[in-house]
Each structure stands twice: as C-alpha cells, then as structure tokens.
Design a protein. Structure first.
Length: 672
C-alpha cells in the first residue's frame, strides 16, 4: 500500500513538472494573433458565430471555410471554433489559444503514460518514468511544435494526434476494453478532425507486432476492427469533400518525389530547429539529382534499416516503435499531394514517435553504464537541463515570431526568401500601416516568384489605387479576375475600388458578381448593401438584407440595413437638413456634417462623396467619411478614409484623432 502511494505521488509529481515546464514555455503565446488560414476559417467564417449551426458542421462543408477551394470535412475543428467564439463573446484570440493549449497539455499527459508503458514492456525499470518524462517534456517544449500550437486552425493536427495517442493508451492499458471496441472512439474523433489519423491501424499493428504478437497473421487479425472503422470514416471524408476543394495545383509526381528530401529536412529539424518557417520556399524537385533529392531516398532507406534492426531486439523496441511512428506519421502528407511540399506544422504528428526513439536510445545508453560515477551523472543531468532550457528559449522565441502578422511574415521573408506568398503577406502588413510604396515594393518582389497569383494581383491593385496610379490599379484588378474567375475576392476588391472612384454602377455589378460567386463571402454582401443604401435603392437593399438574415439570422449589419430600408423617413432630401440646396464642395461638406449631427450617416457619406467629385483632394470630406464609418462601426473603411485625409493634409488633427479612434476600436473588436 505504501509503495502504491509512493508511485502515485511520483506520477503526480511528474505530471506537475511536465505541465509546469510546458506552461512556462508557452506563457507568452496566449495573446498572439490569428494568422493565414485563420482568416477564412475563423475571422471571415460567419458560421462559427452561432452555435445553432452545430448540426451543419457535420453535414455541410461550407461551414469550414469562406473559401470554396479550402473547404474540407473537419466538423470537430469547426465545432470547437464555434464553442470558443461563444465563450469569448467574439474573436478574442486568447480564448482560442487557451482552448488549444488545454488539449495540448492533455496530449502530453497521455504521451507520458504511453511512453512509460512501452518502456516498461521492453525493459522494466523504475527509471523509465524519467525517460518518459524527458521525452514528453522535450516534445512539449520543442520549438517545431510551436508551429502548430500557435496556429489556431491547425488544432486539427493536435486533435488528430491526440486521438491516436488516446486510443493507444486505452488499448495498451485496458486490455479488457478491446473486445468492446471502445479504444476506437478516440480514433473516430481524430478522423473527424483531420485525415492523418487514418494511419492508426498501421501504428496499432506496429505496437502489437513489436510488443504482444510476433506472428504477422495474428497481429494483422487483431487490427481488423481498426481497419474497418478507419476505412468507413475514410470513405466518409472522401464523400464529404466538395468538388471545389483544390489541394495541389502542381504535379503529383514531383510532389511525391520531393517527400523523401522533406523527411530528411524534418529529421534534421528535430535536432537543429533553426530553419522553422511558417511558409517554406522549398520547390518540388524535377529529378533525383535536383536539390539532392537522392539523399532523401537514401535517408528513408537507412531509417527503415535501423527501424528493422531495432525491431528484432526486445530492449530496443520502443526506439523501433518510435521510428516506425515517425515514418507512418509522414505518410499521409507524403502520399497525398498538398499545396506546399513542406510545412512545419506537419511535424506535430510524426515527432511523437521520433522523440520516443531518440530518448529511449539515450536511456539505453545510460542503463548500460550503471552504476555511474557522479561526474557522468552530473554531466548527463546538466545536458538534459541545458537541452530543455534551450528548447524552452527557442519555443518562446517562436511564440514571439507568431505574435502578429508583421513579425510572422518578416520571419518568413528571412527564412524563405523565394516564397512569393510570404513576400506578399509581409507587404500586406506594410499596407495596413499605410506604407503603400514599401508594400508595393514587396508585391513586385513577390511577382518574380508567383507571377500568376490572383491574390497578389488584387493587392498590387489596392496599393496602386492608394497611390493614385489608377491605370495600373485597373489592370491588376482585371488580371486578378482573369486568373481566378470563380473567386469572389477579385470582384469584391475591384468593386470596392470602383466605388471609391465614384463609378457606382460598375461597382455594384462587380459586387453582385462577388456575392454570386461566394454567398458566404460577407464583405461583398455588406458593401453591396451599403451601395444600395447610397443609391436609395430600397427595394434591392431590403432584398439583400432579408436574404442574408435568412441565412444568418443574428447578423447585426444586415439587421441595421433592413431597418434602414424599412425606415419611413429614408427619402429625406438634402435641403431638409441643410436648409438650401448645395452647390459647392464646401456646401456638400457642410451638408455631410449636418447629416452626421442628426444621425443620418449614409446621407453623410453620400454628401461627402459629392464634395469629392467637385474637389478630389478635399481632406475635410475624407475626414467626414471616416467619422460616418466610425458611427457605422465599419472600422476598415474609416481607417482608410482617415488615412486618405492625412495624406492630403498631414497636419489635420481631426483626421488623426479619427484614425487613432478607428484603429483602437478595431483592435478592441478583434480582441473580443
């Protein structure tokens, strides 16, 4: 009894050390921003804003992303995002990070449990708890793992990995549950999060063959239930994937030929994680000699040989299991072509096996040198402490890189300088700061590597438009639409720019095309309703607002526009407020101020724009537009108008105040 209590205390203490170490490593990440694919799966995904859509998450892949090309079937991920949104009361990234981190800590506890079981099966020793603790801790604070923990939408990798580990823990620790098949429940949940869990039957077979049943036919027989469950769920994943999904635009052959080299680079990253990048610039190889691709095939061959050698020696079987896990964990993203040949968040699953293999090799080396003299003992303890400390430091540095878009994409431009998308995204961060010339410079550099990228053409058009290079802007927007005629973004940004140039009829046509191309792309529908209001087209405004509320009943913007369309005094004329009909730009600015005072913000916008028709460089008119958009809580448009006023009059204090206010409110909105 006393021994049992002592073991229980040791286990609890181990968990506390593990969780405390990992929490310290990630204590600076909870306020980090949303990034990259978070934009279309979280920030611009209207479905996660209402928990009443919970059933839809499991039946309609449109709910996963606002971009048709990125829609896949991951209902548990979407459901978790909706729950986080509800708990946070909006898009407060801290809640989303805390949610991910909770499941990450649970995974580490299960990893410790699994590792200790496997080590004890191979070579019973009380010191195995230290080997398991070091392995789980090293994984928990490895900087490569931070690439997944910091990337909210990639929690799918975490859920998938967690499910596989949980299933193995149940299978290994509770043999009495095997006949009931309860160990397969975590696998099913994992597959509803991300497809890599499809390799579970192979990992299960590896465990059974190495630790329980050396006869292949019997080991395979025991894996039949897992094969049936993963097979059925795999079929469901394929059936639910929409035809619009576009994972890889390039050659599947070139992608697969590159993967052995990628595996070698991943293996190196485990030991020397100095090349971590949120968006790699590694290009697919064209032949075995391209970029040293043959070294990747040689590496895979050698790793298989080493894993086979370890498999034949009972004491080395945890290392063998870890190496097979590493290879099997890489298989899904190696065999099925994806948009990028290499991505560091894919290390999350295979590194579970690799950390076990490396740690167990070290443990066996130590066990073979017992009893150890104190200098060696102290040296080994110091080595472990230094390794963990260095990993913690590196993880905290990666957390800082993921702090916001500017820090993240600057890091990408340094680590992956040939990545056109990375250069473009860093340029976007400069454009958001109002530095359009610097942004355009990065866009031009990006065009060298991605010359046929619709999103890049859109951003070049926006930057040129802000610099009053209207001809160039028009060309880029038109080319963006030609490159991606089925995407809403090109039509939306072209329509928005046309509206800013007072080409309202053309703008409305393009915004209608954007809304038609993707009804879930909310910015297009919002701006279209605004233009209907400006044109006093109450019939179409009412129809657009009612259509949106039919799909999203709680949408506040659509509700506001519908109220406006049904308002009895919506037809009020300009001279009702101003007293006399306006004639000059100054008259229209005064009129817009009068409208602002009585709360008629759409009319305020329309009057200010009439002033700009008469005087395009009228800073006061842009400032009135910014003030009206602030009242409508359209912060991006308010910021843009205030910046335009300051470009004309850098000393315009009212515009500066409006800019600061709008930026502050946008930050608060994002933090909710």
């Amino acid at each position: 009894m006393t021994r049992t209590l002592a073991l229980h205390k040791e286990t609890v203490l181990s968990f506390c050390v593990l969780l405390g170490t990992v929490f310290f490593a990630y204590s600076n990440h909870f306020e980090n921003s949303f990034h990259f694919d978070d934009s279309h799966t979280i920030l611009n995904n209207p479905y996660i804003q209402d928990l009443q859509n919970l059933r839809l998450f499991f039946t309609d892949t449109r709910t996963f992303s606002s971009l048709p090309a990125n829609r896949v079937y991951r209902p548990l991920v979407t459901a978790s995002l909706a729950l986080d949104y509800a708990l946070a009361g909006g898009l407060n990234s801290a809640y989303f990070h805390a949610s991910t981190f909770f499941w990450f800590l649970l995974q580490l506890v299960l990893m410790y449990t699994l590792f200790r079981k496997l080590c004890d099966l191979a070579r019973p020793d009380p010191a195995n708890r230290w080997a398991a603790l070091i392995a789980a801790s090293l994984y928990g604070v490895h900087p490569a793992i931070a690439e997944t923990v910091n990337y909210v939408i990639q929690r799918g990798d975490l859920y998938s990995t967690l499910g596989v580990i949980a299933a193995l823990v149940v299978y290994v620790s509770m043999p009495q549950w095997r006949k009931s098949g309860l160990y397969l429940v975590p696998v099913a949940l994992a597959l509803l999060s991300k497809p890599p869990a499809l390799v579970f039957p192979l990992i299960l077979f590896t465990y059974i063959w190495l630790f329980e049943e050396r006869k292949l036919s019997r080991a395979l027989t025991r894996c039949v239930p897992a094969l049936l469950v993963t097979g059925m769920l795999g079929y469901l994943l394929v059936a639910m994937t929409p035809a619009t999904f576009a994972p890889a635009p390039g050659s599947a052959y070139a992608y697969r030929m590159t993967q052995p080299l990628v595996a070698l680079r991943y293996f190196r990253t485990f030991f020397i994680p100095n090349r971590l990048s949120a968006d790699s610039d590694l290009a697919p190889v064209k032949s075995m000699l391209d970029q040293g691709a043959w070294t990747g095939f040689l590496f895979i061959t050698m790793l298989i040989v080493v894993a086979g050698w370890c498999s034949q020696r009972p004491a080395w079987r945890p290392a063998a299991f870890g190496l097979w896990w590493f290879l099997l964990g890489l298989a899904p993203t190696s065999l099925f072509p994806l948009a990028e040949v290499e991505n560091d968040h894919r290390l999350y699953f295979p590194f579970v096996g690799l950390v076990l293999a490396v740690t167990w090799c070290g443990a066996l080396w130590i066990y073979g040198r017992r009893p150890m003299r104190w200098p060696l003992t102290v040296s080994l303890a110091a080595l472990c402490a230094v390794t963990l400390a260095a990993s913690i430091w590196a993880t905290r540095q990666r957390n800082e890189v993921w702090r916001n878009d500017e820090s993240l994409w600057l890091d990408v431009t340094l680590k992956s300088p040939r990545n056109g998308r990375g250069l473009m995204n860093y340029g976007l961060t400069q454009m958001e700061k109002g530095d359009f010339r610097k942004a355009l410079d990065y866009f031009e550099r990006a065009a060298v590597f991605t010359s046929a990228y619709s999103v890049l053409e859109i951003n070049r058009g926006i930057a040129d438009g802000a610099l009053n290079r209207d001809g160039e802007a028009d060309e880029h927007f038109v080319r963006a639409i030609k490159l991606a005629p089925n995407a809403a973004e090109g039509y939306f940004f072209y329509g928005r720019w046309l509206g800013q140039k007072y080409r309202r009829p053309e703008a409305i046509v393009y915004l209608q095309q954007a809304a038609s191309a993707n009804p879930d792309y909310m910015p297009a529908r919002y701006l279209l309703m605004e233009m209907y209001a400006e044109q006093s087209d109450w019939v179409r405004l009412r129809g657009a607002a009612e259509s949106m509320l039919l799909q999203f009943p709680s949408d506040a913007t659509a509700t506001r526009f519908l109220t406006r369309a049904n308002s009895p005094d919506r037809e009020s004329a300009d001279f009702r407020v101003a007293g006399t009909p306006p004639r000059t730009a100054e008259d229209y600015v005064n009129l817009s101020l009068a409208y602002h005072r009585v709360g008629k913000f759409q009319e305020c916008l329309a009057a200010a724009r009439q002033a700009l028709k008469l005087r395009p460089d009228y800073a006061e008119a842009f400032n009135n537009i910014a003030a009206a958009y602030e009242e409508l809580e359209m912060w991006d448009l308010a910021i843009e108008a205030a910046r335009q006023a300051l470009r004309i009059r850098p000393d315009f204090q009212l515009a500066r105040n409006n800019l600061q206010w709008a930026e502050e409110q946008k930050r608060k909105q994002s933090a909710k």
